[in-house]
Design a protein around this ligand. Structure first.
Ligand code: PMP
Length: 456
């Protein structure tokens, strides 16, 4: 499977097919190179496979159509931003109604109360605030945590991802063998770090309670920001007892625990926090909660809300470093209300999760048929395959990244009408997908693996 010549020749073949299938995207990509840095409005868009970006025309439910009229089964779902499915009529209706009555005023709209109550009901934390994105929400919770504890550093898991939050773009030095030396360095690729991340951040390996205990014992960490399962370096699941241990260790050291549920919301209506009975001090949720409209939220325990209510109401809160002019605008609140009242509910997961199970079973079948040492992992309606046995932590997962192989498999699937998330081997399922969509992926993935292994 590591036959690089075979991967390269199949890739060249698939690049030709990609260009043949997408003449209109090719034209637009050429035009976009003029006004847009790298020819895209946002840098990650260059990470899709194919020698130029695909331009999309429309998306609805679990389908996406590009400007050349090619239709796809969308297993990317906007890297979770569209986990509900695209273009939901009830969200469109709520947005239209709200937009025609004003969007942003610096005043709350009545939807805010419904949204706060619903988030409290789902996640079990009583007090909520809005943000524009999950990145934004993470930045605010880190600020609150430092304010509340008077401690300067935050802690994250090695190879985590929590958005473009400066303090979180840190890893344990990979050149010292799985971060054994414990030196905190900027994440490879992090642009222009503002200060040395070793000054701001403690990094610990996932699934390692002793390392966490040792690091938090130093006494300089305000909060641990973590996903209950890593989802941004493949899915790395917590070992039995690990998350209970994290809660015990953080509490013992006076460190606030923040669950970032932006991706792990795939585990159920209240994310992994509720699915696994966790007890964080704060929860962050973003991406799909507004049906695609930019918004996010963070929730606080009763104790933290009580401790924050004084400074929160202070005269200088407008320059305190939390919130933003458009944050909590009426359009976002209407979007969240329309989305959470009709989507991401038990009954929606009851449809989406079995589809993800079917995807995982299909991929596992292909892997077994070819005797490969790969694995497929699943968390709720999200599944992801990996080119190694299940890694226990982020460093092991990162060491197994194979961009050439991944790029080929993604392009192969794209050329046959199945979109996977770039920079992940991830498939996400909504209630709008069907068993036929799952079967289509299994078929296409099986053909790709057969092409890769034939003649080897
Ligand atoms: N938290 C997690 C766990 C994420 O995966 C991401 C994005 N992939 C973010 C936060 C940031 O979300 P956004 O880019 O929408 O700000």
């Amino acid at each position: 499977m590591t036959d690089r010549t075979r991967i390269a020749s199949l890739r060249a073949q698939e690049e030709e097919l990609f260009a043949e299938l997408h003449p209109r995207s090719a034209e637009l990509a050429e035009q976009a190179r003029g006004p847009l840095l790298a020819g895209v409005p946002m840098p990650w868009m260059t990470r899709w496979p194919g020698r130029f970006p695909l331009f999309f025309e429309s998306a609805s439910g679990a389908r996406l159509t590009d400007v050349d009229g090619v239709e796809y089964v969308d297993l990317c779902l906007g890297d979770t931003g569209a986990m509900t499915g695209h273009a939901l009529p009830q969200v469109t209706e709520a947005l239209t109604a709200r937009a025609s009555r004003g969007i942003t005023t610096m005043l709350p709209s009545a939807d805010a109360i419904w949204v706060g109550e619903e988030l409290a009901r789902r996640f079990g934390l009583p007090s909520w605030q809005l943000a524009m994105s999950a990145t934004d929400a993470n930045r605010f919770v880190l600020r609150f945590a430092r304010h509340l504890t008077g401690r300067p550093r935050i802690a994250v898991m090695d190879w985590c991802y929590h958005g473009t939050v400066d303090e979180t773009l840190a890893v344990l030095d990979p050149s010292t063998g799985s971060g054994q030396a414990g030196r905190v360095v900027p994440r490879p690729g992090a642009l222009g770090p503002q200060v040395d991340v070793a000054e701001t951040t403690a990094v610990v390996p996932f699934n390692d309670l002793d390392a966490l205990d040792r690091r938090l014992a130093v006494g300089d960490v305000a909060c641990l920001l973590m996903e209950p399962a890593l989802t941004n370096i493949g899915i790395v699941l917590p070992e039995p007892g690990y998350l209970e241990g994290v809660r015990e260790v953080t509490r013992r050291h006076g460190v606030l625990l923040v669950n970032d549920e932006t991706h792990t919301l795939c585990a159920g209506p209240g994310g992994a926090t509720v699915a696994w009975g966790l007890d964080p001090d704060m929860v962050v949720v973003g991406k799909p909660i507004g049906g695609g409209i930019p918004c996010a939220a963070y929730g606080l325990s009763a104790e933290l809300a009580e401790r924050l209510s004084g400074p929160m109401l202070g005269h200088e809160i407008d320059v305190a470093g939390v919130g933003g002019t458009l944050t909590g605008n009426a359009l976002a609140l209407a979007a969240i209300r329309a989305t959470l009242s009709t989507c991401l509910r038990e009954e929606d997961f009851a449809v989406a999760v079995p589809l993800a199970e079917g995807f995982a079973a299909g991929v596992a079948g292909v892997i077994a048929d070819h005797g490969l040492p790969w694995h497929v992992q699943r968390l709720g309606c999200r599944a992801e395959y990996w080119f190694c046995p299940p890694p226990r932590d982020g460093a092991a997962a990162a060491a197994a990244v194979d961009e050439e192989l991944e790029g080929l498999l993604h392009l192969w699937c794209l050329n046959r009408g199945v979109l996977l998330t770039p920079f992940h081997n991830m498939a996400l399922f909504s209630p709008h997908h069907t068993v036929a969509d799952v079967d289509r992926h299994t078929e296409v993935f099986g053909q790709a693996v057969a092409a890769l292994t034939s003649g080897t």
